[in-house]
Design a protein around this ligand. Structure first.
Ligand SMILES: NC(=O)c1ccc[n+]([C@@H]2O[C@H](COP(=O)([O-])OP(=O)(O)OC[C@H]3O[C@@H](n4cnc5c(N)ncnc54)[C@H](O)[C@@H]3O)[C@@H](O)[C@H]2O)c1
Length: 437
């Protein structure tokens, strides 16, 4: 366990942010950081950049910005490295994704066109709806891992990075679980044997950890949820976190469900449906990739509502989640929720939500915060699963003996208390009796 007031190495030099996948989320993130650096925009949605943290008593008036309270890398020190199965640079990929206005992208063209994807480790077996040409060839999966390791070393040297972090922003792979994931030894043997149960995302994560770099998983793949990867992270003393960026409908769910439960209002059903027209939507149109996403989205309500503890309120609800690929909407998703609740004496009520959101606009600040907090964790010597980063994920990783914490407000409290702990400040319990003595 990391001790209170731990020693944190200063963030000196460049931080390499390695993004697997240069699609809508990655390009919106990179373009956003470049726009912010030029003073063209504010880092809206980013807790590390805009959030404050209360220290001490409510009467003390101490609420610094988080970025002034803990030593985080400065945005001007970030350099971006990426892999994709398409050769388009970040400018062309951002134009293609169609999330940000062309006028803004044209102003950022000099910075964005410098970010060129390295050849990917990819196999259509794991993402059925995609095929591309910028792909590595290798005899075995271990061979491919060696090539990725060389890419990372080369990137670090060329960009004179003092540290790096890796964030998976590539497509959702099909759902895989297999006994070869049980130990690091069986995992490495499976890589040498070209075993089907080793997905490309696992090869990236393996290489990151082997190269001394923490890994954050933005997709619902089980990439780092497997025992072999936890073993490797412990061995290498590196942080891990995931999975599946919490944006859109699930973000809303984890705000509203804790509220209903806190007032002991019952639930008969929660029907969620989405229309989405970007490449992510197309990939999720494949049943294999959708199963991975569905697993990540469905568990949220059960964990928050705890039907076993509240059978009268939550013992029998129906929860359905649908994602429909609908090209005209592009990245501008529309998510509908119909929530059938009941109150005093069982009287039914309904809540309707129509969230016209922008997926990548919600995801980009998460990528920024994760890169900065994972770097902080690395410099502090925090290793293994970083549960305090649950705040950012639909399906947060936690120790095998625990259930994950999904309530957004508990997650935020956990995150801020972790930062207070690291800086040797008192934790905030919100008890507040001392003000009335
Ligand atoms: N946008 C959101 O709100 C959100 C929320 C949660 C999770 N996610 C997840 O984040 C990921 C990225 O989303 P997006 O909208 O940017 O998708 P996208 O389809 O625009 O981009 C993904 C990119 O990854 C590339 N890719 C696929 N497999 C690869 C591999 N093995 N190596 C390198 N590149 C590879 C694809 O070619 C594509 O360019 C998806 O898995 C998505 O499910 C997104």
């Amino acid at each position: 366990m990391i001790e209170k007031g731990a020693t944190i190495a200063e963030p000196k030099g460049k931080l390499g942010v390695l993004l697997v996948g240069l699609g809508a989320v990655s390009t919106t993130f990179i373009a956003g950081v470049e726009a912010i650096k030029k003073g063209l925009a504010k880092p809206i949605g980013s807790l590390t950049q805009m959030g404050t943290i209360r220290l001490g008593k409510r009467t003390d008036g101490r609420s610094p910005l988080i970025k002034d309270f803990v030593p985080l890398a400065d945005l001007k020190d970030l350099v971006f490295g990426t892999w994709d199965i398409f050769e388009e640079n970040a400018y062309d990929a951002a134009m293609h994704a169609g999330v940000l206005e062309k006028e803004l992208l044209v102003r950022l063209k000099p910075q964005l066109s410098k970010v060129k994807p390295m050849a990917a480790v990819f196999d259509q077996e794991y993402v059925k709806r995609l095929s591309g040409t910028n792909v590595k060839k290798g005899k075995t999966k271990m061979d491919l891992a060696r090539q990725l390791m060389a890419d990372m070393a080369e990137f670090k040297k060329k960009n004179r990075c003092s540290r790096m972090v890796m964030v998976w922003c590539a497509s959702t792979e099909v759902f895989i679980k297999h006994p070869v994931h049980k130990t690091l030894e069986s995992f490495e043997q499976a890589m040498r044997d070209n075993h089907k149960a080793i997905a490309p995302s696992m090869i990236y994560a393996y290489v990151a950890l082997k190269s001394g770099v923490g890994f954050a998983n933005g997709a619902p793949n089980l990439t780092v949820d497997i025992p072999a990867m936890r073993e490797l992270a412990e061995k290498q003393k590196l942080p891990l976190c995931g999975k599946d960026f919490k944006t859109g409908q699930t973000l809303m769910k984890t705000m509203i469900a804790p509220g209903l439960k806190s007032r002991m209002l019952g639930l008969n059903g929660w029907y969620s449906t989405n229309i989405l027209g970007n490449r992510d939507g197309e990939v999720l149109d494949d049943p294999g990739s959708f199963k991975t996403k569905e697993e990540s989205k469905l568990s949220v309500l059960d964990y928050i509502l705890q039907p076993e503890k509240y059978p009268d309120l939550y013992g029998h609800y129906t929860h359905l989640v649908k994602i429909n690929y609908y090209p005209p909407r592009g990245d501008n998703k529309e998510g509908w929720d119909n929530i059938d609740i009941f109150g005093w004496l069982g009287y039914p009520m309904q809540i309707k939500i129509d969230f016209l959101c922008r997926d990548s606009i919600l995801a980009a600040p998460i990528v920024l915060d994760l890169a900065l907090f994972m770097d902080l964790a690395q410099r502090t010597g925090m290793r293994g699963i970083q549960e305090w980063l649950s705040f950012y994920f639909k399906s947060p990783m936690c120790a095998p003996k625990l259930y994950p914490e999904h309530d957004l407000f508990i997650q935020l409290m956990k995150l801020k208390n972790t930062l207070r702990h690291l800086r040797g400040e008192e934790l905030i319990t919100h008890l507040g009796l001392e003000y009335y003595d």
